[in-house]
Design a protein around this ligand. Structure first.
Ligand code: PHB
Length: 421
């Protein structure tokens, strides 16, 4: 059978938000891209992920002119509630740091990006099998795959972006000798539910109690997303609807504190927690973006925001890299062009290494916040009395002082002054 071959500037493995946003922003700069994705559109669109967007993430969606549903259907949140042992404390983001976040589920972000890319005639192969990348150390990297109809496909590019999620195949193409994997795990998971209930409160509630953590998030007027801390081995079917709501109500405090809105549960899932960083995020003609390069636990709602800040940092460096290939104006041999002595050709991949350093700088801040907020708000199964009281002290130090609150607000809303643009 004939193999279909495309020739583009950038081949992208992964059609989630990181891959599609990269493809769209490259196109805005006149750079061609093609995307290969293993899953179906439907599978990505129906997977529940966190729904909190930082302001620069919203700006990217609006600036990329892919429709402004985020502005009409998203909800601005000027604060959030932290609750400990049934006592609520509101963190007022606007008052503390002058910024908000937006509740706009990642499924909707994906839908907007996929619709825009396809409406603009962007090349994308959904449900691709046997995806492989070759030639990363050559000048002609290639993505090969079998398309949904069983036909072989081939994308020849100058550069490959690995945006293939937390179980990334691309990441493993960075040789072990040059790649460091930083990893930590947690002794708990989240039990996530989607239920037919209106919002319980105007803002999200992150709650902690003697029996652990719960989060009351939102989706729309009729559907609510909630989570509670559980053992990673929990069978979702072992919890009845009533037991789930009684437990979450207990974490929130009594009904006199807040009355949980209940409704028919339409989805139950257990989400394991992990923190992971790959360093570096580039090798030869490969760069990683989003979850492929780093994963955070969901407590800080940073996953999608980190993916978008990667893309923001990456796109100008790809432009620079491609200009360097054609001897364009954009490339000058900088101080980090290791190995390019006087008269030697500039190291063409230097912009990609600069991207890696810039991204990892932000990633580690987000790793710290996500790890810290996770440990602050969850009760580890082996937590002793000293650790428990220490953690309560830490919680009071955050909620009881404007400086503590500002630390939380600044981190949660995404560190102003740390933008890559
Ligand atoms: C969600 O809406 O699913 C969500 C919100 C905030 C988080 C995590 C998940 O920190």
């Amino acid at each position: 059978m004939d193999q279909q071959t495309s020739r583009v500037d950038v081949g992208i493995v992964g059609g989630g938000p990181a891959g599609l946003m990269t493809a769209l922003l490259l196109k805005r700069r006149g750079i061609s891209a093609a995307v290969v994705e293993r899953r179906s559109q439907e599978a990505i669109r129906t997977t529940q992920r966190a729904g909190i967007l930082e302001a620069p993430t919203v700006d990217m969606l609006v600036d990329a002119e892919i429709g402004s549903r985020v502005l009409t259907e998203g909800h601005e949140h000027e604060g959030t509630v932290l609750s400990f042992d049934g006592v609520q404390h509101r963190i007022d983001f606007q008052e503390l740091v002058g910024r908000s976040v937006w509740l706009y589920p990642q499924n909707e972000v994906f839908r907007d990006l996929a619709t825009a890319w396809q409406a603009e005639g962007g090349e994308i192969h959904w449900e691709a099998d046997d995806v492989a990348v070759e030639g990363l150390e050559s000048e002609a990297p290639v993505i090969t795959f079998t398309d949904a109809a069983g036909e072989p496909g081939r994308i020849e590019a100058q550069l490959i972006v690995g945006a293939d999620g937390s179980r990334s195949m691309c990441r493993r193409l960075i040789p072990d000798e040059v790649r460091t994997d930083y990893f930590t795990s947690y002794p708990f998971a989240w039990f996530g539910i989607l239920c037919e209930a209106p919002p319980t409160a105007p803002e999200l509630i992150y709650a902690n109690s003697e029996v652990g953590f719960a989060l009351i998030s939102q989706r729309n007027e009729d559907i609510t997303r909630m989570y509670f801390q559980c053992d990673p081995d929990t069978d979702p079917e072992s919890w009845s609807e009533e037991a789930i709501f009684d437990h979450i109500q207990q974490v929130l405090g009594g009904e006199e504190v807040v009355q949980l809105k209940r409704g028919r549960i339409i989805e139950k899932t257990v989400l394991p927690f992990r923190s992971y960083v790959c360093d570096p995020l580039t090798h030869g003609r490969l760069v990683l973006a989003g979850d492929a390069g780093h994963t955070v636990p969901p407590t800080g709602a940073k996953g999608l925001n980190l993916a978008f800040s990667d893309v923001r940092a990456l796109v100008p460096r790809i432009v620079e890299f491609l200009e360097g290939l054609t001897g364009g104006e954009g490339l000058t041999a900088g101080a980090d062009d290791v190995g390019s002595g006087p008269g030697a050709p500039a190291d063409l991949t230097a912009p990609l290494r600069r991207y890696s350093a810039t991204s990892l700088d932000r990633v580690w801040k987000a790793q710290n916040f996500s790890w810290w907020a996770t440990n602050l708000l969850h009760r580890a199964p082996d937590e002793d009395e000293f650790a428990h009281h220490r953690r309560r002290g830490e919680f009071r130090a955050i909620t009881g002082s404007v400086h503590g609150q500002a630390y939380f607000a600044d981190s949660y809303t995404g560190w102003a002054g740390d933008r890559h643009d």
